[in-house]
Structure formats: structure tokens, C-alpha cells
Write a protein that binds this ligand. Structure first.
Ligand SMILES: Nc1ncnc2c1ncn2[C@@H]1O[C@H](COP(=O)(O)OP(=O)(O)OP(=O)(O)O)[C@@H](O)[C@H]1O
Ligand SMILES: [Mg+2]
Length: 245
């Protein structure tokens, strides 16, 4: 579904992504791991068009999407959440998802029709999937941090993606929220057939849910493989995992 080939991104002489390679197959959950500053978020920004690569290729469903604008990449079927929560905090939970549906259907507000009557069933159905239906009328700034991160996933789902990219989906969550989020990611993959690419610092989560793992160190992919291959790889041990094996 997604192929990243020899991707580079230079920031004034500093190579934040320095030869990244990645394969994501339909239906998989793939994790990108690496120390702080390894280039994980930059890699996701390059895939989703939020940054343009200095060199390299990003292919999605066989098509070259390198350097396309984010909205074009979103329309092709890649949607994402951000490391720092990115929602409209003054809008309700319902309105946040509804607004994303307006964007998906390229619908603009009309002077004499009420925006609130559009996409009600579809919005409710997404919120139900994510366990947020009961909180739909709350202003989203009143949600817990965990619920705000889940709302961001709901917004990402509104564009009906084939590939969902999550940048540290459980960051800052309380343990119970983290567990709920892990179950949610599994459910999105197994029940709804979504392909998921995520990055995460918590190795328990990574080894619990990832079908395959890519390890990035200083912008470079050092291995991509099944969890057991990665866990015992000598380079990964030295560079990152330490005594986890
Ligand atoms: N816009 C930018 N301009 C200059 N340097 C940048 C920019 N964005 C990222 N960097 C640098 O690129 C490197 C990789 O950053 P990135 O945010 O991709 O790492 P990361 O793996 O996501 O880290 P973390 O685990 O802390 O989120 C870092 O050294 C960062 O300071
Ligand atoms: Mg990051």
C-alpha cells in the first residue's frame, strides 16, 4: 500500500530524514520506533505532504505521491493524527467530526441552509465507533487529554482513509486511557480493515500491537521486520533497545 524509498529531508544542512525506507502492506499495523529526534514525525510529514522531501520517493497504492499537497494526499486515502493534539477546541465533539465531513464532501456553507443538519448519521456512526457518542455535545476543550487524542482519530476517520497514520497516539495518556486507545487501534485494524502506521515510544505497546516494526536512528532506517526479528537484532540492541531482548 505504501512504499517509501530512500527518503531524505534536509533542514539547512541537517538531515532529519537521512535515507528512510518503509513498506506498509494492506491490512497491517506497522510501527516506526526510534529515539527522540530520530526523524519519525518528519518522516510522517513527508508522507502526508506537510513537508517536501529533499530526495526520495513516496508511493501510495502504486502511485507516486511525493511532494503532493496534504489535501491531495488525504483525498487519495491517507489520513493522520498529530503528535500534539490538533482539534477545534471551541467546537463540540460532534461539530469537529461533522466539519471534517464537510471537507471530505467538499461542501461549503450556504447562507440559507443550516450547516448543523448535514452528515448527522455519518458523524454519529464515527463517534460511536470510537466510543465518543455520549460526549458528542461537549465542547472538545472539556474532554480529557485521552479523549481529545481519540477525537483526533475520529476526525482522521471522517475522510474514510485506507491508511491511517498516528503520531504517538497514546502520548500523555493515563494508563487506562492508553489501554482503551490500544484496543481502539486493534479494533480499527481488525474490524474495520484499516491499515495503520504509527510511531510510539512505549515498547510494550509497540510489541503488543505491531505486525511489523521499522527502526529509525538519526534519520536512517536500520531495520524493518517482524517484532521478533527486530527485538533480537544486534544493531537495534546497540542503537536503541538496550536490554529489552
Ligand atoms: N522544521 C524543522 N527545522 C529544523 N529542524 C527540524 C525541523 N523539524 C524537525 N527538525 C529536527 O529534525 C530532527 C527530527 O525531528 P522529529 O520531530 O522528526 O523527530 P522524532 O523522531 O519525531 O522525535 P520525537 O520522538 O521526540 O517526537 C530533530 O533533530 C529536530 O530538531
Ligand atoms: Mg515526533
Amino acid at each position: 500500500m505504501l512504499t517509501v524509498k530512500d527518503l531524505y529531508r534536509d533542514f539547512k544542512g541537517f538531515m532529519a530524514v537521512n535515507g528512510a525506507n518503509l513498506e506498509v502492506t494492506k491490512g497491517e499495523i506497522v510501527a516506526v520506533i526510534g529515539p527522540n529526534g530520530a526523524g519519525k514525525t518528519t518522516l510522517f510529514n513527508l508522507i502526508t505532504g506537510h513537508l517536501k522531501p529533499t530526495a526520495g520517493i513516496v508511493q501510495f497504492k502504486g502511485e507516486d505521491i511525493t511532494g503532493l499537497a496534504p489535501y491531495k494526499i488525504c483525498r487519495k486515502g491517507i489520513s493522520r493524527s498529530f503528535q500534539i493534539v490538533n482539534i477545534f477546541s471551541k467546537l463540540t465533539v460532534f461539530e469537529n467530526v461533522q466539519l471534517a465531513l464537510f471537507s471530505k464532501y467538499s461542501k461549503t456553507f450556504r447562507m440559507f441552509s443550516k450547516a448543523s443538519k448535514y452528515f448527522i448519521d455519518e458523524t454519529n456512526s464515527i463517534l460511536e465507533k470510537l466510543g465518543l457518542l455520549e460526549k458528542k455535545d461537549l465542547n472538545s476543550e472539556l474532554l480529557s487529554h485521552g479523549d481529545q487524542k481519540v477525537l483526533e482519530i475520529a476526525i482522521a476517520l471522517a475522510s474514510s482513509p485506507d491508511l491511517l497514520i498516528l503520531d504517538e497516539p497514546t502520548a500523555g495518556m493515563a494508563p487506562r486511557e492508553t489501554e482503551r486507545c490500544i484496543e481502539l487501534i486493534k479494533k480499527l485494524s481488525k474490524e474495520y480493515g484499516l491499515t495503520i502506521l504509527f510511531c510510539e515510544h512505549d515498547m510494550k505497546i509497540v510489541f503488543n500491537i505491531a505486525d511489523r516494526i521499522m527502526v529509525m536512528v538519526r534519520g536512517t532506517t536500520i531495520i524493518q521486520g517482524r517484532p521478533e526479528e527486530v527485538r533480537c537484532n544486534e544493531l537495534v540492541q546497540k542503537a536503541y533497545l538496550g536490554d529489552i531482548c
